[in-house]
Design a protein around this ligand. Structure first.
Ligand code: GLU
Length: 289
């Protein structure tokens, strides 16, 4: 694979989280990105998204590389590990805070879910809990209460100005067949959580920082992440980061129509290897010659 570093060359990445063993769905996604990189004489990167300390395990990170190698893929070294770059994510968080775009939210996830269950008509507001008064905030901080940093979507969007609508280029297909330049409806964006006290930064923030740091020109990933793209596009815009194109691919389903899950050990690549499955056969089954 070409190691060209020309700024116009194609760069994509496969970015699994080491929370379990890879399954066929991951194999499909990794092959989709790797094949695109080959077709375009571009670069294929592997990124280990291991900032969720409660769910990620180093042994799964090592197993990811083993499974991908078995599948016949190669990627550039060094592999980027998100846990090595916390300072970059915290720097991005501090920049957004310095721009007045974040607020502390003391509501727990279960409180928010409860509001959604009890008063579904308030659903949009539940995703935008809003700022609290300075005095209450001080008291809660003094009491040592846990909080999340949320992006104030309304303030962020109004700061962008009406002349430059948020959009991104979809080269695959969204869940409703979306394709091409997709203009984002700002009112669809909630006050996304970007960090939690003591638990680190969110997936969205780390992803946009990394995609920019790694020079990714096309994000190839499953349609299950289509809804994450508007949020990530907004963060790129606020942080002045370049925007890759997106290629959301179909989700591979099990014969019973359900999605593959990491907890289902019967479906993992490790299991297929143990059964003596030939990786070339698997690649063909997944539609990659
Ligand atoms: N780490 C994410 C996952 O395993 C994927 C992130 C991405 O491709 O943007 O679902």
């Amino acid at each position: 694979m070409s190691r060209s570093t020309s700024p116009t060359s194609f760069v994509t990445r496969f970015a699994p989280s080491p929370t379990g063993r890879l399954h066929r769905g991951h194999a499909y996604s990794a092959l989709a990105g790797w094949t695109r990189a080959r077709e375009t004489s571009g670069r294929f990167l592997l990124r280990i998204e291991d900032i969720d300390r409660l769910r990620c395990r180093p042994m799964f990170a090592a197993a990811i590389e083993d499974d991908l190698r078995w599948l016949g893929l190669d990627w550039e070294q060094p592999v980027r590990r998100q846990s090595d770059h916390m300072a970059d994510y915290l720097g991005a968080l501090a920049r957004l805070e310095g721009m007045g775009l974040l607020y502390r939210c003391f509501r727990t996830r279960s409180e928010i879910l409860q509001t959604l269950a009890e008063a579904p008509h308030e659903a949009p507001d539940a995703h935008r809990p809003g700022r609290i008064g300075a005095r209450e905030e001080r008291q809660r901080l003094e009491a040592g209460e846990a909080f999340a940093w949320r992006l104030d979507a309304a303030v962020a969007i109004s700061g962008l100005g009406a002349s430059a609508p948020l959009s991104f280029v979809e080269r695959g297909r969204g869940p409703a067949n979306e394709y091409g330049r997709i203009v984002i409806d700002p009112s669809s964006l909630g006050d996304v959580v970007l960090a939690r006290k003591g638990l680190g930064v969110s997936y969205h923030l780390a992803v946009v920082v990394d995609d920019a740091a790694q020079g990714v020109t096309e994000v190839v990933r499953g349609r299950d992440l289509f809804a994450a793209t508007p949020i990530q596009r907004l963060l790129q815009r606020l942080l002045g980061l370049p925007t890759p194109a997106y290629r959301h691919h179909r989700l591979l389903l099990r014969p019973d129509g359900k999605r593959f899950a990491k907890r289902d050990s019967q479906e993992t690549l490790a299991q297929l290897r143990a059964e003596g499955v030939d990786p070339a056969t698997l690649r063909r089954e997944l539609g990659f010659a």
